[in-house]
Design a protein around this ligand. Structure first.
Ligand code: ZN
Length: 339
């Protein structure tokens, strides 16, 4: 039914009970996609947990050890703002595996959506704000280690600044980071992203899109990434309990659609992860995340995949043609062979 995969696992649920973080949303989104006949069971891909090797490309040995052995200090648990449990550790390793899989699917299909993850407040050596492991960074580092991409961009639309993302990729010329967020909100310390769009309190759809789209267009044209990782926060919504912006559900869907369109027109695959969403009614949060999938579906239908044109010198032509035959370069085509 969908022209791309949605990545999901029942164990994404952190089982937090009556916490402001509605971790049952992962299951509710998956169920809504099926119930509303947006996706069939075949459209779902089940991730495996990321390996420790994958996690350690981003996080320190010490932080991984503390998480796995349950030896976080009281202040580390306080910074994390969710209770520590073995289920939490399993869920975040799984979410990182999900973001890896979504990115791999995106390279093959043009889009790939993780119905989890987006834990953008996690730093290499500690967790913050409900985020223990930075799944998006883990996925980008894995794809780079595999040689699948060299350059990636992170477009983070969560209402809270992507501090972990900025800290991890700061000074790294291979990853460009954009964060659009409410300036007067968590986190207090905001290390610089490549582009930070600091929105004033109660900014509306118009102001938000007016800031986001030119920045995305410019970054895609100048940086020319091979993958766009979209952190699709539902919390810029006007009724969010932890947000202070005034976006509508339609504005948020338009946000997703326009970013996906810009990438698609340039032949850049898009992987998505969820990030935050704390609407008073959890069904609003679920709807906003479901709309991200619908936006991707619409853009996939409306904007044809632009063939990536590669020009090879003659001596490399056979190698390139073989690679194409073996599907090692998804979406690529040899247009012209020069002597
Ligand atoms: Zn957030």
């Amino acid at each position: 039914m969908l022209p791309f995969k949605v990545v999901y696992h029942d164990k994404y649920d952190l089982n937090l009970g009556p916490h402001v973080f509605p971790s049952q949303k992962f299951r509710l989104i998956a169920e809504a996609l099926i119930a509303e006949k947006i996706a069939s069971k075949d459209d779902f891909a089940q991730p495996v947990a990321a390996s420790d090797e994958d996690i350690l490309r981003v996080h320190t040995q010490e932080w991984v050890r503390k998480l796995k052995t349950g030896t976080l200090t009281a202040s580390e648990v306080m910074l994390l703002e969710i209770p520590y449990s073995r289920e939490l550790v399993d869920a975040v390793w799984l979410a990182a595996g999900g973001s890896i899989l979504a990115a791999q699917c995106a390279l093959r299909d043009g889009f790939g959506a993780n119905l989890g993850g987006g834990f953008h407040h996690a730093y290499p050596d500690h967790g913050e704000g409900f985020c223990a492991i930075h799944d998006v960074a883990v996925a980008i580092r894995r794809l780079q280690a595999d040689g699948a991409v060299r350059k990636a961009i992170v477009v983070d639309t969560d209402v809270h600044h992507g501090n972990g993302t900025a800290a991890i990729f700061r000074g790294d010329p291979s990853v460009f980071t954009i964060s659009i967020h409410q300036e007067n909100n968590y986190p207090a310390h905001k290390p610089p992203s490549s582009i930070d769009l600091n929105m004033m309190d109660r900014a509306d759809d118009h102001e938000y899109l007016g800031a986001l789209l030119p920045a995305v267009q410019k970054a895609l044209d100048e940086f020319r990434p091979e993958l766009l990782f979209y952190v699709g926060g539902a919390d810029p919504f006007c009724e969010d309990q932890l947000g202070g912006l005034s976006l509508t559900k339609n504005g948020l869907k338009e946000r997703d659609r326009r970013v996906f369109e810009e990438a698609r027109r340039r032949g850049i695959p898009v992987a998505t992860a969820l990030a935050g969403g704390y609407a008073r009614r959890v069904e609003d949060t679920v709807r906003i995340h479901v709309n991200t999938i619908l936006a991707a579906r619409d853009v996939a239908a409306e904007v044809p995949v632009r063939t990536r044109v590669q020009i090879y010198p003659l001596r490399e032509a056979n190698r390139a043609l073989n690679a194409l035959k073996n599907d090692a370069i998804p979406g690529a085509a040899v247009l012209k062979v020069e002597g």
